[in-house]
Design a protein around this ligand. Structure first.
Ligand code: GLA
Length: 521
């Protein structure tokens, strides 16, 4: 018994020693592996989007001891690594873009796993993105071969949307989290909320509906979020609504989904076969192949194509207002063209975009409109006064009214803004006369007029200041001097008492007073 116990004790000690040895060896191996790992080279960091697609970031890394330098390649941009380390198998680096208060930082963290790196990236204020980085060749980051461009000519007008298109678009609220079920519910809500009756007709699916791969014949396919686009289009049509879709003239869209590059005709035919009524065509990935000066030809290519596919399709150009698109958007068959970068749901963004549009207002014509981007009304980042300014300004500018909120859960206040039929009537005025800013460009009180069908005038008194202020307007300064005027306050839904020479309104911070003036006989 005694000797057995001693034997087992010896055994135990031996085992422990073996264990320690194994542990030590493992540690040594790992340390040697890390010491030997040289991250120098080209990597692709792939983040699955959950619908079969991946977002890819190429990394050109240089390792020197524990220091990591190099750059990341995101789309057309090369962003240098600001600070980077590799220690005990852990990679850490930071990139920064922009300057001053606009600096955007992204932190990348990685852990070696064999010859791969399990990675995450986190941009300030964004959800972290997780994925895997693998070694690849620099050629993998190169765009496909450049295809020749057509000669420029004028594309025939498709005759659609004689007044600015109205509807809804998925991007502002849902971004990549949009699917068939949500689009159906939005279509239902468009009808039940009264939006359809107020003129909102287009239900537009933005980026992230595309599958990662085309089918064997090269046809564009949908990812599992949209199992049957034709059935979805049928559903939306059954509600008396129309349906829109999104693509890019480049190989990839902004969210890195499949674009229409080299498949324009095929894609346009697919849209037509599904029953699509509207296409938003977003430059993004095309910038990897073509210069900005070449975009007119690329947009013309799709403009021509859409006319050939036997279905009326509204054509929306999205290239952020580059190349003075308002001077050629209609020539390529565009019904609307974005005039700015992306809007976001806060005052500074909307204010900057909205009040910058007056110089180009005369380019809007029936069937061809400036598009200062989709509405943010109801998304929660602005006050009701600010949203009323948003709606009033977009309407005076004859801008497309594409709601960007969740129509299934609108507050009464949001409805009262989006559904204000008197304001919508300004937007939809058939004459599309340009909005005119009467006041100084930098003033915090902005007076805007627009001549309406039948001779009446819309008058917006905007207060861009952070405090309430009185805004005075003299009829003479807006070409209505000496006339006896009747006025209607379009937000109060009531007649307004105006003076013989002018009007003075107390306007809340970031708010608006919107009047319709009619000279009485
Ligand atoms: C760009 C456009 C947006 C939206 C996204 C989708 O940023 O300007 O309106 O379509 O792409 O990725």
């Amino acid at each position: 018994m005694e000797s057995l116990t001693r034997a087992s004790r010896m055994n135990l000690i031996f085992c422990r020693q073996i264990n320690l040895l194994v542990l030590f060896l493992c540690l040594l191996c790992t340390l040697t592996a890390f010491a030997q790992t040289d991250l120098t080279g080209f990597w692709v960091f792939r983040v699955p989007t959950g619908d079969g697609n991946f977002r890819e970031t190429f990394m050109d890394l240089k390792q020197n001891g524990g220091d990591v330098t190099g750059k990341i390649l995101a789309g057309t941009r090369e962003i240098p690594i600001a600070e980077g380390t590799f220690k005990d198998g852990k990679l850490h680096f930071v990139t920064r873009t922009g300057s001053g208060e606009q600096v955007r930082q992204t932190v990348y963290e990685g852990t070696m796993n064999g010859d791969k790196i399990e990675m995450s990236s986190q941009a300030t204020g964004r959800e972290p993105a997780k994925g895997t980085a693998e070694r690849t060749k620099p050629e993998a980051a190169l765009p496909p071969e450049r295809l020749p461009l057509p000669e420029l000519h004028d594309v025939r007008d498709n005759g659609l949307v004689r007044t600015p298109p109205m509807g809804w678009n998925s991007w502002n609220k849902f971004a990549g989290k949009i699917d068939d079920a949500t689009v159906r519910q939005i279509a239902d809500a468009m009808v039940s909320s009264g939006m359809k009756d107020a003129g909102y007709i287009y239900v537009n699916i933005d980026d992230t509906w595309e599958a990662a791969k085309r089918d064997a014949q090269g046809n564009i396919a949908t990812n599992p979020k949209f199992p049957d686009m034709k059935a979805l289009a049928d559903y939306v049509h059954s509600k008396g609504l129309k349906i829109g879709i999104y693509s890019s003239p480049g190989p990839k869209t902004c969210a890195q989904y499949e674009g229409s590059y080299g498949h324009e005709e095929q894609d346009a035919r697919s849209y037509a076969a599904w029953g699509i009524d509207y296409l938003k065509y977003d430059w993004c990935g095309a910038a990897r192949i073509y210069k900005d000066e070449e975009m007119q030809a690329l947009y013309q290519k799709m403009g021509d194509t859409l006319l050939r596919v036997g279905r009326p399709i509204v054509y929306s150009l999205c290239q952020y207002g580059r190349q003075d698109v308002w001077t050629w958007g209609a020539k390529v068959g565009g019904n609307l063209w974005r005039t700015t970068g992306d809007i976001s749901d806060h005052w500074q963004s909307m204010d900057k975009i909205g009040f910058q549009q007056f110089d180009i207002a005369p380019y809007a014509k029936p069937g061809h409109f400036n598009d200062p981007d989709m509405l943010e009304i109801g998304n929660g980042g602005m006050t009701a006064d600010e949203y009323r300014t948003h709606m009033s300004l977009w309407s005076l500018l004859a801008a497309p009214l594409l709601a960007g909120n969740d129509l299934r859960s609108m507050t009464d206040e949001t409805k009262s803004i989006l559904l204000n039929k008197e304001v919508i009537a300004i937007d939809q005025d058939p004459d599309v006369h340009p909005a005119r800013r009467v006041s100084d460009a930098n003033a915090t009180s902005v007076i805007v007029t627009r001549l309406l069908h039948g001779g009446s005038t819309a008058l917006g008194l905007f207060n861009r200041a952070d405090h309430p202020q009185n805004i005075d307007v003299k009829w003479e300064s807006i070409g209505l001097g000496g006339k006896k005027l009747q006025a209607r306050d379009l937000w109060k839904h009531a007649d307004a008492q105006v003076g013989a020479d002018g009007y003075s309104a107390s306007v809340p911070a970031h708010g608006v007073v919107l009047l319709k003036l009619q000279a009485s006989r």
